[in-house]
Structures are given as C-alpha cells and as structure tokens.
Design a protein around this ligand. Sequence first.
Ligand code: ADP
Length: 157
Amino acid sequence: MSKKIAVFPGSFDPITLGHIDLVERSIHLFDEIVVAIGVNSSKKGLYSLEKRLEWLEEVFSKYDNVRIGHFEGLTINFCKEQKANYLLRGLRNASDFDYEKTISQLNNIIGKGLETVFLISQPEYSHISSTIVREIIKGGGDVSSFVPEFIAEEIEK
Ligand code: ADP
C-alpha cells in the first residue's frame, strides 16, 4: 500500500501555536506530513523565507515523520512532487470554511483526486492567526501566548 503523505501548506509568517496543534493532532493520521511554505514572489512576508523555514525546522525537529519544505506555484504540483495524496488544512471559523471549500474543490479537480483533510481548530487556538500575530508584533506587543516560547523570545530581541 502506498504511504499516506499529507502536505500542510501555508505562509507560516510566523508559525503559531494553532499550526502546531494542527500538525500534532494529525501526526497519527498520516505516515508523513510535509509542512511547506508556499512562496508568493509578489507578496513579501514579515519574516524571510529562511527565517520561517528555520523556525519550522526547530519546532518540528522532534517528529520523525514531519518534513519541512517550500514551493512556488501551484500547491498541487508540489503535492505531486512529494507524492502526497492529501492536503491538510485547519478551520477556525465560517470564513475559513467558505474560502477553503472552494480551494479544496478546485484542488480536487485539477489535482486529480487530491483530498483535503480539515481539522477544526481547538477552541483555545481558534482566535490565533498569523495575520493578527504580525499586527501585534508590528505594534510592539507581546506574542508569547500565540507562538512557541523560543520564537517569542527571538522576536522580542
Ligand atoms: P494562509 O495564509 O493560507 O492562511 P496560514 O499560514 O495562515 O496560511 O495558515 C495555514 C493553514 O493553517 C490554514 O489552513 C489555516 O486555516 C490553518 N491555521 C492557521 N491558524 C490556525 C489556528 N489557530 N487553528 C487551526 N488552524 C489554523
């Protein structure tokens, strides 16, 4: 039987406790998870690709079956390269659902059967988004409740 490989795509700018919870809860569902930064060359992130990759590597280094990657272009092409038959995404609220539903349907068609597995966020993480975390950082606020401790410390410096 072929390995169950899932790609978890996102911008992870920066990675939050919500993302980590999603991966930790999915670890037993798949043989391998590839956490991958989708790079959009026309959209500059708050943190460089290198920094975001470094944080992902550190956060997930304790898991043998989690790999880190990055890609440009269509997510389905990256999935094909990785021999992944699943996408992993999180749902925090109804707006996530509306957005994700369309993307998932399109990916299923153009990805020829690529299935998206959704996990509903835990209540304690459903208010966390990278966008909000970036706004707090820009305003000089404390993000230690939303990101891993070592990242919060690095940001503070
Ligand atoms: P995007 O720019 O596509 O939203 P993100 O890095 O913000 O990328 O998120 C990637 C995925 O992680 C999305 O499926 C998003 O719904 C999910 N996610 C983000 N934050 C949380 C959270 N707090 N709880 C559960 N899922 C989350």
